[in-house]
Design a protein around this ligand. Structure first.
Ligand code: MRU
Length: 345
């Protein structure tokens, strides 16, 4: 990759400011957990695995900045930070997963001196970062098997390097297929209202010389009708026990369209996105975002000021519309209630 999404550098977290892309490539440095929490809420960093890694680094910052004089005070500070970080965005399970992993780590290492514990929390956060990079590579290798010579694939939102610590989930198979010298095309949905598709996916695919064409979200049906799409490949914010897939708003519509046109619908996600504790997609809290995302275009009003607005950031694709799920451990097929359990065991 010729850019990075987030990194630990000299006792701070450095992140590319995704709100500014594609116009400006700016990196911001964060020195406290509160700053990292705000960066997650404000979408400086976004994408399920990336916000998980960012939150893990946020926990490491809290540990490093702590002035607690005993273990009880330290654990209270850390648990408060954990709650603050998890509350920033409710839908992607990776955020809570990463924070809870750090919590489990210090709760099971209570005998260690505080300084050792503080350093080891950073080590654990760095391990989460490294593992995410490796999972991206493995998802790419497995997913590239689905990319056939000369075919065209539709993707939605951004599930690329910008959404992870590594080279992405749904976009990683494209990077791998390119490394294998396969020829293929990608269509990227614009992804209203936050435009992750046009601003981020197009930016990173172009930067890496992948053949990408931008469409607005309402053009997908026509493209499929014309026979121009051979597969839909998306990421996920949470895959629940029965295989329902929670992802960026608009994903469900694409899955229905894919079914109607007999096009395979693939989801690529690391095992940290699989949430076996939630039985069905309808039980997941769907984040609603500020109405200005819908009523304004780059700060200019695009709707009457007193209009009522509904702005859910994610939707649920029922498992029966999903052809296969690609994880770092391989490709799994229905019935997902069984195959996902094997992946997580
Ligand atoms: O609101 P966002 O930009 O955080 O939403 C991101 C998505 O919906 C992605 O498709 C998902 O997190 C998978 S990213 C590897």
């Amino acid at each position: 990759m010729n850019f990075f999404t987030l990194q630990w550098q000299d006792s701070s977290v450095v992140m590319i400011d995704q709100r500014k892309l594609p116009q400006e490539e700016i990196y911001l440095s964060f020195k406290t957990a509160e700053q990292v929490g705000a960066a997650i809420k404000d979408m400086v960093v976004r994408g399920a695995p990336a916000i998980g890694v960012a939150a893990a680094f946020g926990m490491a910052l809290a540990a490093q900045n702590s002035t607690a004089e005993n273990h009880d005070a330290f654990f209270k500070e850390m648990n408060d930070t954990a709650e603050m970080l998890i509350s920033q965005r409710p839908t992607a399970v990776n955020l809570a997963w990463a924070v809870k992993r750090i919590q489990n780590f210090y709760q099971s290492s209570q005998d260690l001196p505080l300084l050792t514990l503080q350093n080891m929390i950073l080590e654990e956060a760095l391990a989460i970062f490294e593992e995410d990079c490796n999972m991206c590579i493995d998802m790419g290798v497995h997913g590239a098997e689905l990319i056939k010579l000369g075919n065209s694939y539709l993707t939605h939102c951004n599930a690329g390097a910008l959404a992870t610590a590594g080279r992405g989930t749904a976009l990683s198979p494209f990077y791998e297929a390119k490394d294998q010298h396969k020829k293929f095309k990608v269509y990227s949905c614009e992804t209203r209202p936050f435009l992750q598709g046009s601003r981020l996916t197009c930016w990173e695919l172009l930067k890496n010389n992948i053949d990408v064409t931008l469409i607005t979200d309402n053009m997908a049906a026509k493209l499929m009708q014309e026979g121009k799409i051979h597969g839909v490949i998306v990421g996920s914010d949470r895959i629940v026990a029965n295989g329902d897939v929670v992802n960026k708003i608009g994903t469900y519509g694409l899955a229905v369209l894919a079914k109607a046109h007999e096009i395979p619908f693939y989801v690529v996600a690391p095992s940290s996105t699989i949430d076996l504790e939630t039985p069905e997609g309808s039980q997941v809290t769907i984040e609603e975002r500020p109405i200005e995302e819908v009523t304004q275009l780059f700060g200019t009003p695009s709707a009457p000021t007193d209009i009522k607005v509904y702005n859910p950031a994610f939707d649920v694709t029922p498992h029966h519309l999903v052809t296969a799920i690609v994880t770092e451990k391989g490709i799994v097929y229905p019935p997902f209630s069984e195959s996902l359990k094997k992946i997580k065991s």
